[in-house]
Ligand binder design. Structure first.
Ligand SMILES: [Zn+2]
Length: 256
């Protein structure tokens, strides 16, 4: 990030240029951001965390560690205005702060994967995203929240979509950041079908995502509250109920 001072813009239109190779026609895609999908209580989590990322060292750290590709995060996506909780980049930076700082003492480095998921979610994610070095933002891809691609002949990347950035609350969003990183880390898809893992013990991304939410509920001790922990627990319950073909073990189902 070379913007030493973050320019303020008042535009509410986000222009995004996306080259869709379709019959050699390049198309510009426009998406409009709407930060009001979430309730006031859930918006407040984004406002809280985005207000904490607005210094150059923090911005540089997240930008470089997670491999943001500038051409996907400028032109209204927030590169010129990255401390704005209403814009995609600010919302993701804020979510990374949540992921990094919800437990103290936090991980000592990216290679410190000790403790519970609320502690290792950040260093694990930072490690795999750094290895990939290709994080993009796009308007949409069907109903998906995010997408991770890898493999021979593939243009390896992680993409975040509007739904994840605007309609998914920040603690769940942090869990999705980990989920996508987990796909890339293990180079595996879901073990039951496109939207579900078979067993908790498969240790696929729905396990890590759900375990992060449980871990947040159990152990988060910084930049959190009882209410936020209950939001995390509600999301964990939703994942347990819908994202596994076989019911997870009792300790998971009865985690609270
Ligand atoms: Zn997945």
């Amino acid at each position: 990030m070379n913007a030493k001072k973050f320019k303020r813009t008042t535009s509410i239109t986000v222009l995004m240029i996306s080259l869709l190779v379709s019959g050699n026609i390049a198309r510009a895609e426009t998406c409009y951001y709407n930060p009001w999908f979430l309730s006031a209580e859930l918006r407040a989590i984004d406002q809280y965390f985005v207000s904490r990322i607005c210094d150059q060292a923090t911005v540089d750290k997240y930008w470089n560690t997670f491999g943001f590709v500038k051409s996907y995060w400028d032109d209204g996506m927030g590169w010129e205005d990255c401390c704005n909780w209403e814009k995609p980049l600010g919302r993701i930076f804020g979510t990374l702060y949540l992921l990094e700082n919800s437990y103290a003492p936090k991980a000592t480095s990216l290679s410190d994967w000790s403790g519970s998921a609320v502690k290792w979610g950040y260093p694990y994610s930072g490690t795999v995203y750094n290895d990939l070095d290709d994080l993009r933002c796009k308007c949409r891809n069907g109903d998906w929240w995010a997408y991770t691609r890898w493999g021979i002949g593939a243009d390896d990347r992680i993409e975040y979509y509007w739904k994840m950035i605007y309609e998914v609350q920040a603690i769940q969003r942090a869990a999705v950041i980990l989920h996508e990183g987990h796909h890339y880390g293990i180079k595996e898809d879901h073990s039951c079908n496109a939207n579900q893992d078979r067993n908790w013990s498969d240790n696929r991304p729905y396990t890590s995502e759900t375990y992060y939410l449980i871990s947040y509920y159990w152990y988060a001790n910084r930049h959190t509250s009882k209410v936020w922990k209950n939001y995390a627990a509600d999301r964990a319950d939703a994942r347990i109920a819908s994202k596994f073909c076989n019911t997870p073990p009792a300790w998971v189902v009865n985690f609270r």
